[in-house]
Design a binder for this molecule. Sequence first.
Ligand SMILES: Nc1ncnc2c1ncn2[C@@H]1O[C@H](COP(=O)(O)OP(=O)(O)OP(=O)(O)O)[C@@H](O)[C@H]1O
Length: 628
Amino acid sequence: MAAGKKHSRSDGDDTRRVKKAKIANGDAPATGDEVAAKPKKDKKQRDEKRARKEAKSNKSKDKEPAEESDADMTEAVETAAPDATAESDSEPKAEKQEKKDKKGKKDKKDKKEKKDKKEKKPKTSDDSAPESAPEKDNGSVAATSATAVHRTGATYRYKQGAALDALSDAEIKTFLDEKEINISEPAATGLRPILNFSQIPASKLLSKKPFASFTTPTPIQSASWPFALSGRDVIGIAETGSGKTLAFSLPCIEALNSSPKPKSTRGARARAVIVSPTRELAMQTHAAISVLAELVGLSAVCLYGGASKDEQRALLRRNSGADIIVATPGRLKDFLSEGDVSLADVMFAVLDEADRMLDKGFEDDIKQILGACPAREKRQTLMFTATWPTSVRGLAESFMVDPIKVTIGKRTFGGGDDNGAGSGTVELQANSRIEQKVEVVDPRGKEQRLLELLRDAQKGSAKNDRILVFCLYKKEATRVEQFLDRRGIPVVSIHGDLRQDQRTRSLEAFKSGSTSVLVATDVAARGLDIPEVKLVINLTFPLTIEDYVHRIGRTGRAGKKGKAITLFTEHDKAHSGSLVNVLKGANQEVPEDLLKFGTTVKKKAHDSYGTFFKDVDMSKKGTKITFD
Ligand SMILES: Nc1ncnc2c1ncn2[C@@H]1O[C@H](COP(=O)(O)OP(=O)(O)OP(=O)(O)O)[C@@H](O)[C@H]1O
């Protein structure tokens, strides 16, 4: 099959993927006993003095060099060992039992309150919602000016304003329907979406007019802010480029700004932690949240691999406990284990690109990082992404308390064969402002076709239009960059074989427009907000359909239009069904040539693998494919 061929390529990545498969299969260096023994030990230690002991227990764990741990999405997998016994939020047993009892009582109380509320709630057409979303609240949002209290101890109080209270249910329902907002709210608080910036409660931050350059909140901001500002856990799923960064940044700053700073101690004691899958995304998020943080005198530090630890350590010291840490998992784990950072005071934790962070490649890191934070009942946890595969949902909820799920877009459509096998419904949606073209091509002609597409797209006045070309492998990216360079195309690249300073330089050259073509691996697929990317070309199809949605999402951002062209070959036929669904879901043309490969959505061959897994037929002999 296609995967077999890809893995037989002679670009060096093949062996790594096989190695990854082995590791994720339980063929990891650490034995099961070793892995199992650690959490128990950690628990005991934390029982005595959780915060300090956490750093110590981490110290005893095997340490990976940061330069490898988050250099690239593929590299991250290599370092991931299975740890099925690890707990998401390990705490002492007695404390756990006490919490369980308390939670039991609280649950009973909540249930009663919920029941009372439901009875009071006016019935609307949406009350007949499908069973899959029994608590869906669209259109039945009772006006309330209730003041929500944070369980984390933040003194910020979200009070729904009079202007929002004054709106009729019908107006709210129209807004929710028009913006395709779906809110699944177990606690039925009845909080209404924030329709415009003036409806956000006044605060020191708001007095500085941080949103002056925007006209209205985006749907994900409108719908998630009331809950996140109220201290609730939120899962936010919205299309690429729809302002999710601000959706979690505003509540983060408000929560921190209303809480006393912990007394200065040795090591930086962060109060918010935001975890990102790639260095560039961590830097971008850090830059974005720093704009808000500085307005109210809070500090944010970015920790990522491939750069000097000493410099980052110095930044942490200078800020004597950065309020906010934005980090890639590998480097953050290093700092935790070395005792340079403590997450024991974290009241606000965010997983950006959450499905990627919960994927097998990062799962253990995330367990360790969230395990170093206070228990989920004592922190607020937010997860945001554009794609939310079912495989990560259970794990996500294990890190959260009754999360509110805010989904933007019509995300349910059928698929699979006529017998209903192989798919069912999918909740995957590409940004509908992106025109998606798929060309089925002979694999041998791909690079020539790329050249034609680039020349065509950069004709005349479009000469400097920014175009992002995605490859699957690092070596492939290097080769394609050289191929284009030799043909006079101004090009730079970004992938895991480059040093961090080279990666940064490439991205800067592309962002500034000094070089109009960027060749990238999936290290640039998620989150990067590069202005005016006119076209995304998928030279080689990604490993998962989710990655496809993220890749093309580098264009058509913040309400703009964009275009994506995918060169699809017989090697990618396993993805034809899911690609057809994504195209249909975004009202895009489905080429006949693509349909020939079939429309059945293949179930993932192996549940243990995430975005980077591709089935490898170990019995097959490699076919040497020659490029160029
Ligand atoms: N309310 C708003 N109005 C207009 N533009 C906005 C608004 N909020 C954020 N933006 C802008 O939209 C762009 C995309 O935002 P952001 O990077 O947060 O998207 P995202 O949803 O996180 O995308 P991705 O899924 O790719 O990570 C940014 O340039 C941001 O400044």
